[in-house]
Design a protein around this ligand. Structure first.
Ligand code: GLY
Length: 282
Protein backbone atom coordinates (compact mmCIF):
# COMPACT_ATOMS: atom_id res chain seq x y z
CA UNK A 1 0.00 0.00 0.00
CA UNK A 2 1.34 3.44 -0.97
CA UNK A 3 1.36 5.70 2.14
CA UNK A 4 -0.84 8.78 1.77
CA UNK A 5 -1.37 11.76 4.03
CA UNK A 6 -3.58 14.84 4.04
CA UNK A 7 -3.48 17.76 6.46
CA UNK A 8 -5.62 20.86 6.90
CA UNK A 9 -4.99 24.21 8.49
CA UNK A 10 -8.59 25.30 8.98
CA UNK A 11 -10.18 28.13 7.03
CA UNK A 12 -8.61 31.30 5.78
CA UNK A 13 -10.20 34.25 7.50
CA UNK A 14 -11.53 36.68 4.96
CA UNK A 15 -11.31 39.44 7.56
CA UNK A 16 -7.88 39.02 9.03
CA UNK A 17 -5.69 37.01 6.65
CA UNK A 18 -3.68 39.20 4.31
CA UNK A 19 -2.37 37.78 1.02
CA UNK A 20 1.00 37.46 2.76
CA UNK A 21 -0.47 35.37 5.58
CA UNK A 22 -2.31 33.17 3.08
CA UNK A 23 0.92 32.48 1.22
CA UNK A 24 2.73 31.80 4.50
CA UNK A 25 0.04 29.30 5.52
CA UNK A 26 0.23 27.54 2.17
CA UNK A 27 4.02 27.31 2.35
CA UNK A 28 3.86 26.06 5.96
CA UNK A 29 1.35 23.35 4.98
CA UNK A 30 3.54 22.26 2.08
CA UNK A 31 6.58 21.96 4.35
CA UNK A 32 4.64 20.11 7.04
CA UNK A 33 2.96 17.64 4.67
CA UNK A 34 6.31 16.87 3.06
CA UNK A 35 7.93 16.31 6.46
CA UNK A 36 4.98 14.22 7.68
CA UNK A 37 4.94 12.06 4.55
CA UNK A 38 8.63 11.30 4.98
CA UNK A 39 7.82 10.28 8.57
CA UNK A 40 4.87 8.12 7.43
CA UNK A 41 7.12 6.03 5.19
CA UNK A 42 8.77 4.52 8.28
CA UNK A 43 6.03 4.97 10.91
CA UNK A 44 2.44 3.91 11.41
CA UNK A 45 -0.56 6.03 10.40
CA UNK A 46 -1.26 6.59 14.10
CA UNK A 47 2.25 7.84 14.86
CA UNK A 48 2.22 9.97 11.73
CA UNK A 49 -1.06 11.83 12.30
CA UNK A 50 0.12 12.71 15.82
CA UNK A 51 3.45 13.90 14.45
CA UNK A 52 1.82 15.97 11.70
CA UNK A 53 -0.62 17.62 14.08
CA UNK A 54 2.20 18.44 16.53
CA UNK A 55 4.00 20.27 13.71
CA UNK A 56 0.81 22.18 12.93
CA UNK A 57 0.38 23.01 16.64
CA UNK A 58 3.94 24.36 16.70
CA UNK A 59 3.28 26.73 13.80
CA UNK A 60 1.82 29.97 15.11
CA UNK A 61 -0.02 30.66 11.86
CA UNK A 62 -2.67 28.09 12.74
CA UNK A 63 -5.33 28.03 15.43
CA UNK A 64 -4.04 25.11 17.50
CA UNK A 65 -1.29 24.86 20.13
CA UNK A 66 0.92 27.93 19.69
CA UNK A 67 -1.26 30.66 18.19
CA UNK A 68 -4.56 29.36 19.54
CA UNK A 69 -7.50 31.75 19.69
CA UNK A 70 -8.28 33.50 22.96
CA UNK A 71 -11.65 32.93 24.66
CA UNK A 72 -14.00 35.64 25.96
CA UNK A 73 -12.41 35.61 29.43
CA UNK A 74 -8.92 36.18 27.98
CA UNK A 75 -7.75 32.58 28.43
CA UNK A 76 -6.69 30.00 25.87
CA UNK A 77 -8.29 26.56 26.11
CA UNK A 78 -7.33 23.94 23.56
CA UNK A 79 -8.86 20.65 22.43
CA UNK A 80 -7.31 17.78 20.53
CA UNK A 81 -8.04 14.15 19.79
CA UNK A 82 -6.66 11.17 17.98
CA UNK A 83 -8.26 7.99 16.68
CA UNK A 84 -6.59 4.78 15.60
CA UNK A 85 -8.64 3.18 12.84
CA UNK A 86 -7.50 -0.38 13.53
CA UNK A 87 -8.09 -0.50 17.29
CA UNK A 88 -11.01 2.01 17.22
CA UNK A 89 -9.43 3.70 20.23
CA UNK A 90 -10.31 7.39 20.56
CA UNK A 91 -8.62 9.69 23.06
CA UNK A 92 -8.68 13.40 23.59
CA UNK A 93 -8.40 16.47 25.76
CA UNK A 94 -11.07 19.15 25.96
CA UNK A 95 -10.33 22.73 27.02
CA UNK A 96 -6.82 22.10 28.31
CA UNK A 97 -4.66 25.13 29.17
CA UNK A 98 -0.94 25.85 29.30
CA UNK A 99 0.59 22.90 27.48
CA UNK A 100 2.57 23.10 24.27
CA UNK A 101 1.07 20.17 22.37
CA UNK A 102 -2.45 19.07 23.31
CA UNK A 103 -2.16 16.27 20.74
CA UNK A 104 0.65 14.66 22.77
CA UNK A 105 -1.58 14.66 25.87
CA UNK A 106 -4.29 13.01 23.76
CA UNK A 107 -1.70 10.46 22.63
CA UNK A 108 -0.77 9.71 26.25
CA UNK A 109 -4.44 9.09 27.03
CA UNK A 110 -4.52 6.27 24.45
CA UNK A 111 -2.86 4.17 27.18
CA UNK A 112 -5.74 4.74 29.62
CA UNK A 113 -9.24 3.34 29.89
CA UNK A 114 -10.59 6.83 30.71
CA UNK A 115 -9.37 8.31 27.47
CA UNK A 116 -11.09 11.71 27.14
CA UNK A 117 -10.39 14.30 29.86
CA UNK A 118 -11.42 17.92 30.17
CA UNK A 119 -10.45 21.17 31.84
CA UNK A 120 -8.40 21.32 35.04
CA UNK A 121 -8.37 17.55 35.36
CA UNK A 122 -6.90 17.19 31.87
CA UNK A 123 -4.21 19.68 32.89
CA UNK A 124 -3.49 17.79 36.16
CA UNK A 125 -3.17 14.58 34.13
CA UNK A 126 -0.78 16.31 31.74
CA UNK A 127 1.40 17.67 34.53
CA UNK A 128 1.53 14.23 36.21
CA UNK A 129 2.84 12.82 32.94
CA UNK A 130 5.58 15.36 32.37
CA UNK A 131 3.91 18.01 30.22
CA UNK A 132 5.41 21.28 31.44
CA UNK A 133 3.95 24.79 31.61
CA UNK A 134 3.76 26.49 28.22
CA UNK A 135 2.01 29.70 27.21
CA UNK A 136 0.57 29.30 23.67
CA UNK A 137 -0.47 32.95 23.36
CA UNK A 138 0.91 35.04 20.51
CA UNK A 139 0.93 38.79 20.01
CA UNK A 140 -1.29 38.37 16.94
CA UNK A 141 -3.98 36.51 18.91
CA UNK A 142 -3.91 39.05 21.77
CA UNK A 143 -4.44 41.85 19.25
CA UNK A 144 -7.37 39.93 17.78
CA UNK A 145 -8.80 39.39 21.23
CA UNK A 146 -8.49 43.06 22.06
CA UNK A 147 -10.39 43.86 18.87
CA UNK A 148 -13.07 41.51 20.25
CA UNK A 149 -12.60 39.14 17.32
CA UNK A 150 -15.08 39.51 14.51
CA UNK A 151 -17.31 36.60 13.55
CA UNK A 152 -15.31 35.84 10.45
CA UNK A 153 -12.04 35.07 12.21
CA UNK A 154 -13.54 32.35 14.38
CA UNK A 155 -12.81 29.38 12.19
CA UNK A 156 -9.69 27.36 12.51
CA UNK A 157 -8.46 23.96 13.46
CA UNK A 158 -5.70 21.68 12.25
CA UNK A 159 -5.97 18.04 11.36
CA UNK A 160 -4.43 15.08 9.61
CA UNK A 161 -5.60 11.80 8.12
CA UNK A 162 -3.18 9.13 6.99
CA UNK A 163 -3.04 5.69 5.38
CA UNK A 164 0.16 3.82 6.11
CA UNK A 165 2.06 1.16 4.18
CA UNK A 166 0.21 -1.60 6.08
CA UNK A 167 -3.16 -0.22 5.00
CA UNK A 168 -3.95 1.18 8.48
CA UNK A 169 -5.78 4.48 8.93
CA UNK A 170 -5.58 7.15 11.63
CA UNK A 171 -6.80 10.68 12.24
CA UNK A 172 -5.83 13.52 14.59
CA UNK A 173 -7.34 17.00 15.06
CA UNK A 174 -6.41 19.96 17.28
CA UNK A 175 -7.90 23.41 17.85
CA UNK A 176 -7.78 26.58 19.88
CA UNK A 177 -11.57 26.83 19.42
CA UNK A 178 -13.70 29.52 17.78
CA UNK A 179 -12.21 32.49 19.55
CA UNK A 180 -14.07 34.67 22.04
CA UNK A 181 -16.33 31.78 23.04
CA UNK A 182 -17.90 31.30 26.47
CA UNK A 183 -15.53 29.50 28.85
CA UNK A 184 -16.62 25.87 29.05
CA UNK A 185 -17.79 25.71 25.44
CA UNK A 186 -16.81 22.33 23.92
CA UNK A 187 -15.26 22.17 20.46
CA UNK A 188 -16.03 19.42 17.94
CA UNK A 189 -12.33 18.64 17.59
CA UNK A 190 -12.14 16.28 20.56
CA UNK A 191 -15.43 14.56 19.68
CA UNK A 192 -16.30 11.90 17.12
CA UNK A 193 -18.12 14.59 15.13
CA UNK A 194 -14.84 16.35 14.37
CA UNK A 195 -12.38 13.46 14.41
CA UNK A 196 -13.28 9.87 13.54
CA UNK A 197 -11.78 6.84 11.83
CA UNK A 198 -12.04 3.07 11.56
CA UNK A 199 -10.75 0.33 9.21
CA UNK A 200 -12.64 1.85 6.28
CA UNK A 201 -12.08 5.61 6.44
CA UNK A 202 -10.70 8.49 8.51
CA UNK A 203 -12.05 12.06 8.58
CA UNK A 204 -10.90 15.30 10.23
CA UNK A 205 -13.17 18.36 10.24
CA UNK A 206 -12.71 22.10 10.57
CA UNK A 207 -15.24 24.91 10.79
CA UNK A 208 -17.85 25.88 13.34
CA UNK A 209 -17.93 23.19 16.03
CA UNK A 210 -21.63 23.53 16.74
CA UNK A 211 -22.47 22.91 13.06
CA UNK A 212 -20.12 19.94 12.89
CA UNK A 213 -21.56 18.38 16.06
CA UNK A 214 -25.13 18.92 14.79
CA UNK A 215 -24.22 16.90 11.70
CA UNK A 216 -22.15 14.27 13.59
CA UNK A 217 -20.03 14.93 10.53
CA UNK A 218 -16.86 12.81 10.74
CA UNK A 219 -18.61 9.82 12.32
CA UNK A 220 -21.40 10.00 9.74
CA UNK A 221 -19.04 10.08 6.76
CA UNK A 222 -17.03 7.16 8.11
CA UNK A 223 -20.23 5.18 8.79
CA UNK A 224 -21.42 5.77 5.24
CA UNK A 225 -18.13 4.54 3.81
CA UNK A 226 -18.31 1.50 6.12
CA UNK A 227 -21.80 0.79 4.73
CA UNK A 228 -20.60 0.89 1.13
CA UNK A 229 -20.61 4.51 -0.02
CA UNK A 230 -17.61 5.77 -1.99
CA UNK A 231 -15.60 8.32 -0.01
CA UNK A 232 -16.74 11.13 -2.31
CA UNK A 233 -20.43 10.22 -2.11
CA UNK A 234 -20.24 9.86 1.68
CA UNK A 235 -18.62 13.28 2.04
CA UNK A 236 -20.89 15.02 -0.47
CA UNK A 237 -24.11 13.60 0.98
CA UNK A 238 -23.06 14.48 4.53
CA UNK A 239 -22.03 18.00 3.54
CA UNK A 240 -25.37 18.47 1.71
CA UNK A 241 -27.07 17.82 5.04
CA UNK A 242 -25.44 20.98 6.43
CA UNK A 243 -27.21 23.17 3.88
CA UNK A 244 -30.62 23.55 5.58
CA UNK A 245 -28.93 25.33 8.48
CA UNK A 246 -26.03 26.86 6.51
CA UNK A 247 -23.54 24.75 8.44
CA UNK A 248 -19.95 25.91 8.14
CA UNK A 249 -17.53 22.99 7.81
CA UNK A 250 -14.70 21.49 5.85
CA UNK A 251 -13.41 17.94 5.84
CA UNK A 252 -10.35 16.01 4.74
CA UNK A 253 -10.94 12.31 4.25
CA UNK A 254 -9.11 9.14 3.25
CA UNK A 255 -10.27 5.57 2.79
CA UNK A 256 -8.60 2.19 3.18
CA UNK A 257 -8.95 1.77 -0.60
CA UNK A 258 -6.66 4.77 -1.02
CA UNK A 259 -9.37 7.26 -2.03
CA UNK A 260 -8.67 10.81 -0.84
CA UNK A 261 -11.21 13.61 -0.79
CA UNK A 262 -11.84 17.04 0.63
CA UNK A 263 -14.83 19.32 0.59
CA UNK A 264 -15.90 22.53 2.27
CA UNK A 265 -19.19 24.36 2.68
CA UNK A 266 -17.51 27.72 2.19
CA UNK A 267 -14.49 27.93 -0.10
CA UNK A 268 -11.79 29.00 2.31
CA UNK A 269 -10.35 25.79 3.70
CA UNK A 270 -6.60 25.45 3.32
CA UNK A 271 -5.20 21.95 3.08
CA UNK A 272 -2.33 19.95 1.66
CA UNK A 273 -1.79 16.39 0.59
CA UNK A 274 1.15 14.15 -0.15
CA UNK A 275 0.08 11.46 -2.58
CA UNK A 276 2.89 11.35 -5.14
CA UNK A 277 4.14 14.82 -4.27
CA UNK A 278 3.28 17.67 -1.92
CA UNK A 279 0.37 19.80 -3.11
CA UNK A 280 -1.39 22.69 -1.39
CA UNK A 281 -5.00 23.63 -2.03
CA UNK A 282 -7.34 26.38 -0.90
N1 GLY B 1 -13.79 23.51 14.86
C1 GLY B 1 -13.27 24.23 15.94
C2 GLY B 1 -14.26 24.71 16.88
O1 GLY B 1 -15.37 25.07 16.53
O2 GLY B 1 -13.96 24.74 18.04
Amino acid sequence: MEPKIIIHGGFFSEASDSEKVKLEKQQALKNIVTNAHEYLVSHSALESVIYAVSLLENCELFNAGLGSQIQSDGKIRMSASVMDGASKKFSGVINIQEVKNPIFVAEKLLEFEDSVLSGDEALSFARRHGFNYYNPETHYRREGYLEKLTESVRKGTVGCVALDGQGKLAVATSTGGKGFELPGRVSDSATVAGNFGNDFAAVSCTGVGEDIVSAALAAKIVTRVTDGFSLKDACDKSMDELKPYDGFAGVIAISAKGEVYFTDSHPYMVWASYIDKAEVFS
